[in-house]
Design a protein around this ligand. Structure first.
Ligand SMILES: *[C@@H]1O[C@H](CO)[C@@H](O)[C@H](O)[C@H]1NC(C)=O
Ligand SMILES: *[C@@H]1O[C@H](CO)[C@@H](O)[C@H](O)[C@H]1NC(C)=O
Ligand SMILES: *[C@@H]1O[C@H](CO)[C@@H](O)[C@H](O)[C@H]1NC(C)=O
Ligand SMILES: *[C@@H]1O[C@H](CO)[C@@H](O)[C@H](O)[C@H]1NC(C)=O
Ligand SMILES: *[C@@H]1O[C@H](CO)[C@@H](O)[C@H](O)[C@H]1NC(C)=O
Ligand SMILES: *[C@@H]1O[C@H](CO)[C@@H](O)[C@H](O)[C@H]1NC(C)=O
Ligand SMILES: *[C@@H]1O[C@H](CO)[C@@H](O)[C@H](O)[C@H]1NC(C)=O
Length: 810
């Protein structure tokens, strides 16, 4: 067995071999066999078969690829974040404004079913669908290898790269895949341990609407190139794209025929890929020039340097924070990842699998959401940036009635705050369209966005669904991410230039749009995403199950957050109390309906205590105030947190948590209720059902959707550190029994505090809190235990200067 880290190779089980990994990664397992670090690597001893449950994703934010690692054929789906199904659509509902007063009258009169019908007929757009996320195509590689031995396929969550190695006919072959942010290309290196035995055929494939597909060796440039389109007629301005892969070989021969490049007798083959679209390059020449110039620069740098820079970049973000939830028993962590997941179906003893899922969530965020110098970067969609179909499931959209928000929950707390910035680019694209929509649908100033966006920032209602479509609250939720950005970074320039003006636009919309009912300003027609209720006996038609009403509780909470954020921002920016937007916000705040508490002590989801149509609904919309908002936090309002718990317990007892993302929301919710044991129960429930063999989150055991991956990273973090209630709360919901000892490094609290800590026997042992931007520091430990700061008893808030460190001990 070779365990020498200095040879730059990794040897597994005395046989398997990895190139290009530069740090010692090997841990001893219980069986004495060596394995990859189970907190850091996903790895498998067989190629993947099914794309959605076994592909290993890499990406640089804009470009994505997934690796299945077949020895004979390697089919790599390639993605670019603006290859969608078509151009901007105008889906403005033509009859909405005229129908609005009639619908409201019906709702106020209790004619609920008729109001729902009229909403569906007249307020919703005639064209229900937004554009859908598509794919570039596949890079199809034929290696022709048959029965291989010592097969390993891996993904390194601390560097963002993936690879394959195996032995075939006594030759060791490796493949490594890199997504480079600095070079803005994808790259790969294929090697053989014996000179001149590496042969392959390469071409691009696509299901349809490829406009050209060629291979060439002209001028010594070995290249395949494919052009494609979203398929509309030229005068409809389809999305157009061009992608190219260049092959640099050492040894061997290359020839081109039609769309295929054939390489034979090489020793090493390096591949560089880029694709660009007319979303960012309006001129077809500049589009192709951008493809070429990035490829030329990457080829000139060479694989080794492209790789070094890519890994250094990814590691610089991923390495900012780490958690250690302890060591798994019985050698579980040294098993291949799919076997560990199978084991976790019956209980989560493998705590390192939870650490791995946390690391994987951060890798996915860095790989699918990066800010660049481009005018518009795309945020992570329902599938991040990975899809192998013409049309991704659920359109691969930006669904903003929970899902895309969930994508960004870990950004601040796990020290990746800049990954949020593409979200603000998309909100910027949506802003003028949301302003036009507010005017045409509701006759109002300000900005409105409904429950989805596509790459064009299309804010119109989407789908034709009585339980989800009619929801004018998307901007209210999304703009909270701008406020959170400020709370984590203290960036006043961002607050002033981006967040505050957006908050003003959103607040203005609700001040105009809302109607007065029982002395409050309320929304309607609206829904409580995506739930329904039974129409009561004194309304029409009694007994029907309906989703549309006025004043759903979540809408009240969202509007409250919009105006309180606006006021918080105004204070931070020194905007005068007599400013008209500030005055209007303060007035409006007093008119927002307070939460009501129902017959068993629960937060009421609707304006009345309607009979529930689906008591275990997967959406926890009326509990937005508990998480992600702070309105129902136990440290903020004990009465409301108790009522939130009553509803949450009821929801769960009735079957909620029934999709991957829903289950991870319950993890975050119970962490906010400061219950470690309950939180861990839901962590274990997620591992028992919702993650697939490649650690991707699924809807119900199948159907990939990325939100739950981010939800679990967020939820695990919420066990260790919370900061939404104006206090840096260390170990607020530690599951002391499951995770008695561990550590965390580089977590971030609002106010710009970075936190390192260790715990033992379920109690804090030591923490170091560093102030990044100066300001008031309040600390709480566990459930209010006494503690010391820099040796002295902590009694009250500390004025922290920038850079100051505070050592917290029991
Ligand atoms: C192939 O890998 C095996 C296992 O790591 C190693 O023992 C062998 O020397 C390698 N062969 C070559 C030609 O590098
Ligand atoms: C996506 O991958 C699956 C394999 O899991 C395959 O059956 C399907 O054909 C692929 N789709 C496309 C469009 O290539
Ligand atoms: C229906 O009953 C509720 C609860 O008793 C009451 O508050 C409401 O005003 C009634 N609605 C109508 C339309 O009469
Ligand atoms: C509800 O509205 C419909 C459509 O306007 C009307 O036909 C019906 O009579 C109304 N029902 C009640 C009970 O007001
Ligand atoms: C609502 O529309 C459905 C389906 O078209 C119809 O069956 C029902 O009678 C309508 N209800 C009311 C109250 O208008
Ligand atoms: C080709 O484009 C047309 C028109 O946009 C579209 O309907 C069809 O789904 C596309 N097919 C593929 C495989 O992309
Ligand atoms: C908690 O919220 C309720 C309902 O909004 C309110 O009446 C009460 O004053 C709040 N309590 C505190 C301590 O803020």
């Amino acid at each position: 067995m070779n365990n020498d880290p200095d040879d730059g190779q990794i040897h597994l089980g005395g046989k398997m071999h990895f190139s290009y990994l530069s740090v010692p990664l090997i841990v001893a397992s219980a069986t004495g066999v060596l394995a990859l670090d189970g907190s850091r690597f996903l790895w498998y001893d067989a190629p993947g078969t099914d794309w959605e449950s076994s592909a290993l994703p890499i990406g640089n934010g804009r470009l994505g690829a997934t690796v299945l690692g077949g020895p004979g054929t390697e089919l790599i789906p390639l993605n670019e974040d603006t290859i969608w199904s078509g151009p901007l659509q105008d889906r403005t509902p033509p009859r909405a404004l005229a129908a609005l007063p009639r619908v409201r009258e019906m709702l106020l009169a209790g004619n609920i079913s008729a109001a729902s019908n009229l909403t569906m007929e007249d307020i919703l757009p005639d064209q229900p669908s937004e554009r859908a996320f598509s794919y570039f195509g596949n890079l199809a590689l034929e290696f022709g290898h048959g029965d291989v031995e010592d097969y390993v396929r891996w993904l390194d969550t601390s560097q963002g790269n993936a690879g394959v190695s195996y032995t075939y006919k006594d030759v060791n072959y490796t493949r490594e895949y890199i997504a480079s942010f600095p070079s803005d290309v994808l790259a790969a290196r294929f090697t053989a341990s014996k000179k001149g035995v590496l042969s392959l055929k390469a071409r691009f494939t696509r299901e349809g609407n490829a406009t050209s597909n060629t291979a060439s060796t002209t001028g010594g440039v070995n290249q395949i190139a494919m052009g494609g389109s979203s398929g509309q007629k030229p005068e409809e301005h389809p999305i157009l794209f061009v992608g190219k892969a260049r092959f640099v070989i050492s040894g061997g021969r290359v020839s081109a025929s039609k769309d295929t490049l054939t390489i034979s007798g090489a020793t090493t083959v390096d591949v560089f890929f880029n694709t660009e679209t007319n979303y960012r390059h309006s001129n077809p020449k500049s589009l192709e020039a951008a493809v070429d110039s990035k490829l030329r620069a990457a080829v000139k740098k060479g694989y080794a340097r492209v790789r070094r820079e890519a890994v250094a970049d990814a590691a610089s973000l991923l390495g900012r924070a780490a958690i250690d939830l302890g060591t798994s028993p019985n050698g579980l962590a040294s098993l291949p990842t799919d076997q560990r997941i199978a084991h976790a179906r019956t209980g989560l003893e493998d705590v390192q699998l939870a650490t791995l899922a946390w690391n994987f969530g951060r890798h996915l965020l860095v790989a699918s959401s990066r800010n660049t110098a481009a005018a518009v970067d795309m945020p992570a969609n329902l599938q991040g940036v990975w899809n192998n179909k013409t049309t991704a499931a659920w359109g691969g959209k930006y669904t903003i009635n929970i899902n895309i928000e969930m994508n960004y929950w870990p950004a601040g707390p796990t020290n990746l705050i800049e990954t949020q910035e593409p979200l603000f680019d998309l909100l910027g694209v949506a802003r003028p369209r949301g302003r036009a929509m507010a005017r045409s649908m509701y006759g109002c100033d300000g900005v409105v966005i409904h429950h989805n966006l596509d790459l064009w920032g299309d804010p119109a209602p989407t789908d034709h669904n009585a339980h989800s479509t009619m929801w004018p609250m998307g901007a209210a939720w999304m703009v909270q991410h701008m406020m959170e950005h400020y709370r984590f970074t203290g960036d006043r320039n961002f607050l002033k230039r981006t967040a505050y003006p957006y908050l003003v636009d959103v607040a203005r919309f609700y001040q105009c749009y809302t109607l007065t009912w029982e002395g409050s300003r309320v929304t309607g027609p609206s829904i409580s995403a995506e739930n329904s209720f039974i129409v009561p006996a004194n309304a029409t038609v009694a007994g029907q199950s309906i989703g549309i009403d006025i004043a759903p509780e979540q809408d009240n909470q969202l509007m409250r957050d919009v105006v309180t954020s606006l006021l918080e921002a105004a204070t931070a920016l020194g905007i005068s109390d007599s400013d008209k937007d500030v005055e209007a916000a303060r007035k409006f705040l007093d008119l927002i309906r307070a939460p009501r508490i129902g017959s068993y002590g629960q937060i009421l989801e609707w304006r009345y205590e309607y009979k529930e149509a689906d008591a275990g609904h997967r959406h926890l919309s009326p509990l937005y105030g508990l998480h992600p908002s702070h309105q129902f936090a136990p440290l903020v309002n004990e009465t409301l947190s108790k009522a939130a718990k009553a509803l949450l317990d009821h929801r769960l007892a009735s079957g909620s948590g029934s999709t991957g993302w829903s289950r991870t929301w319950t993890i975050n919710q119970y962490a906010r209720l400061l219950s470690g044991a309950e939180t861990w129960k839901h962590v274990a429930a997620w591992f028992a059902k919702y993650l697939m063999a490649n650690l991707w989150n699924s809807d119900h055991g199948v159907n990939y959707q990325i939100d739950g991956n981010f939800g679990v990273t967020s939820g695990l973090t919420e066990m260790l550190l919370q900061s939404h209630a104006g206090v840096v709360h260390l170990l607020p919901a530690l599951p002391a029994e499951a995770v008695p000892a561990g550590s965390a490094r580089g977590l971030v609290a609002r106010g710009g505090f970075e936190v390192d800590m260790e715990w033992k026997d379920g109690k804090l042992k030591k923490a170091v809190v560093t102030s990044k931007s100066g300001g008031q520091l309040k600390i709480r430990v566990g459930d209010g235990e006494a503690f010391r700061v820099n040796g002295g008893r902590y009694r009250s808030a500390i004025e922290a200067s920038k850079g100051a460190r505070f050592v917290v001990t029991p």
